[in-house]
Design a protein around this ligand. Structure first.
Ligand code: HEC
Length: 172
């Protein structure tokens, strides 16, 4: 990774500290596109923890966070494919639940939620192909903060965890 990219991601991680508070201010009903995500397919059989990409910083609760990822039926076959190529159909919604640490995960309760939605299928892939939501009851929109880091997964359509990479994410 170039120093420039490292710096950029460091800045993003800092920005998240100031934005983290807002994520919990979302009130009202969840977007129907992900309201019932807990009934979807969970991609990982064990929780994901650690920082396997070395770019996470304090994002998604950082390396001590515990995370589960859910996918709707539209993106299910693509994300679970062990080989790819990973190019998701429009309508794919991926939800990540995040807990601060193992103890919080085991206690259960309300996790932090982040969501990505495939809204366009450009060729080549564009950041604007996905919208992002920072909370269960927050709205989805283009979000440079999220997409800038997820561009590191450019070769798999901005999505990090898939059938090919999952074993690495589960390795402690
Ligand atoms: C600094 C980098 C970074 C930023 C910024 C970031 N993410 Fe992620 N995100 C990751 C990584 C790395 C993963 C892979 C899973 C892991 O390491 O736990 C991930 C995983 C996800 C997933 C599960 C699907 C996947 O790609 O594996 C969703 C959904 C997600 N992020 C949403 C968001 C949203 C919404 C935002 C903006 C609020 C955001 N992310 C900002 C790095 C980032």
């Amino acid at each position: 990774m170039t120093p420039k990219l490292t710096l950029k991601i460091g800045t993003l991680a800092f920005a998240s500290l100031t934005l983290a508070g807002c994520a919990y201010l979302g009130l009202g009903s969840p977007d129907p596109r992900w309201a019932d995500y807990t009934s979807w397919t969970k991609i990982n059989e064990e929780p994901i923890t650690g920082d396997h990409t070395h770019i996470l910083g304090n994002l998604h609760q950082g390396s001590s966070g515990y995370r589960d990822i859910y996918v709707n039926d539209v993106g299910r076959d693509t994300v679970l494919d062990p080989e790819g190529p990973y190019k998701y159909p429009v309508g794919t919604v991926i939800v990540k639940e995040q807990y601060r640490n193992q103890a919080a995960y085991e206690r259960g309760g309300r996790p932090g939620v982040t969501v990505m939605l495939k809204v366009e299928d450009s060729n080549p892939t564009q950041a604007s192909d996905w919208q992002w939501s920072r909370g269960y009851t927050m709205t989805a929109s283009e979000d440079d903060f999220c997409s800038a880091c997820h561009m590191a997964a450019y070769n798999s359509d901005l999505n990090f965890v898939n059938g090919a990479s999952l074993p690495d994410f589960l390795r402690q």
